[in-house]
Design a protein around this ligand. Structure first.
Ligand code: PNS
Length: 161
């Protein structure tokens, strides 16, 4: 059973994330979408809310699970018996950081591979921060987040602004 981890902040999940998760679910037997708990970033959604949104948008994928983790990603990957960490690459600007992370993770735990999927063209420009900024100013985010969670995200982000 080949297990992959899709790690991230998912604050909130976007169509770009879902694109990567769904493509990973075709490549691996099981995909665990793992929300990072101990982030230094100041999140807009609690870990429980982010997990709830992710569960909602992945409910039709039989081999996708949603979970959270704290500490090192490689320790979590080891605990879950994962063979790969799957990340989306949007642009050259993502590369340097991702490259450093994959090198460090490889040193810490050589058994796990980092697999990059190029983001689909439609989502090259998309990020959770862009979604948050647009929604907080009352802009239309319907092209950026899954329809099933659109209302929840708008309600929360407008409340915060
Ligand atoms: O969605 P993000 O914020 O780009 O996700 C980043 C994430 C969660 C993949 C990364 O911050 C991470 O793996 N954090 C866990 C701590 C860790 O293992 N760091 C690498 C060694 S310093």
């Amino acid at each position: 059973m080949k297990i992959a981890i899709c790690p991230g902040s998912f604050d909130p999940v976007t169509l770009g994330h879902l694109d990567i998760i769904s493509r990973a679910s075709r490549l691996f037997d099981k995909v665990i979408v793992a929300v990072l708990c101990n982030t230094s970033k100041n999140p807009s959604f609690t870990v429980e809310e982010r997990i709830g949104l992710l569960k909602e948008v992945t409910k039709d994928y039989a081999n996708v699970e949603v979970d959270s983790f704290s500490g090192l990603l490689v320790d979590y990957a080891k605990e879950k018996g994962a063979v790969a960490v799957v990340k989306g690459l949007r642009a050259v600007s993502d590369f340097e950081y991702e490259f450093q992370m994959s090198m460090i993770n490889k040193k810490l735990y050589p058994e796990v591979e980092t697999v990059y999927l190029n983001t689909s063209q439609d989502y090259m420009y998309l990020s959770s921060s862009v979604v948050k900024q647009i929604a907080s100013f009352g802009g239309d985010i319907s092209n950026f987040v899954p329809a099933s969670i659109h209302r929840k995200i708008v309600e929360r982000l407008q409340k915060n602004s």
